[in-house]
Write a protein that binds this ligand. Structure first.
Ligand SMILES: Cc1cc2nc3c(=O)[nH]c(=O)nc-3n(C[C@H](O)[C@H](O)[C@H](O)COP(=O)(O)O)c2cc1C
Length: 179
């Protein structure tokens, strides 16, 4: 049985929900998965786990700086254990931007970090306009207008392919250190 640490960065809870699904699939495969927010980073000891998964959403073009800090601090652990990264964003709702190779946020991220994850995934995120403050709602609606997405302010749209999430969890169960 492997002990797997899942670290997430979320603003509106969607990345956490994706991590909970991954956790549930992992636990059905007789492994143990612990979920920790990057905000509680000081309470985790990544070196004690067999595998590590990091998931982070995009907000105004960026992943949370704490994710970069965590990777910088734990570079040696991440390089030595099987470890994966996934990003969550709305650009990934487009079929030509939903793979690690063609998602611009994933590509930018990989160029910035001193670590090569063994597995990668890109998940499309969620829109829930009524949850956002005025400025964020305005900005996301504008971006959606410019990119042919939903603009109705009542929209709640979950673009995540949950089967893809479950498949990724199964990949994590089998994940080995890349040669
Ligand atoms: C204020 C705000 C800014 C966002 N900026 C971007 C962005 O620049 N690019 C993008 O693809 N998605 C963007 N998104 C979409 C989020 O990545 C998506 O809603 C995701 O599901 C959020 O996950 P979370 O709840 O875990 O933070 C933004 C969402 C919000 C609310």
């Amino acid at each position: 049985m492997a002990h797997i640490l899942i670290i997430y960065s979320t603003t509106d809870g969607h990345t956490k929900k994706i991590c909970q699904t991954i956790q549930s699939v992992i636990e059905q495969s007789c492994h143990e998965a612990k979920l920790v927010s990057i905000d509680n980073e000081s309470t985790m000891s990544p070196g004690l786990f067999d595998k590590i998964v990091i998931g982070a959403s995009i907000r105004y073009g960026k992943h949370n700086k704490k994710i970069y800090d965590f990777i910088g601090l734990n570079k040696a652990v991440l390089q030595n254990k099987p470890a994966a990264f996934f990003t969550v964003n709305l650009v990934a709702r487009k079929p030509d931007k939903n793979q690690p190779e063609n998602n611009p946020y994933m590509q930018k991220f990989l160029q910035k970090i001193p670590w090569q994850p063994d597995e990668l995934a890109v998940f499309a995120g969620k829109i829930d306009y009524q949850k956002y403050h005025f400025f964020d709602r305005f900005m996301i609606r504008l971006i959606m207008y410019l990119t042919n997405g939903p603009t109705d302010p009542k929209t709640v749209a979950d673009f995540t392919d949950w089967e893809q999430v479950e498949n990724f969890a199964r990949v994590i169960c089998e994940m080995r250190k890349s040669a």
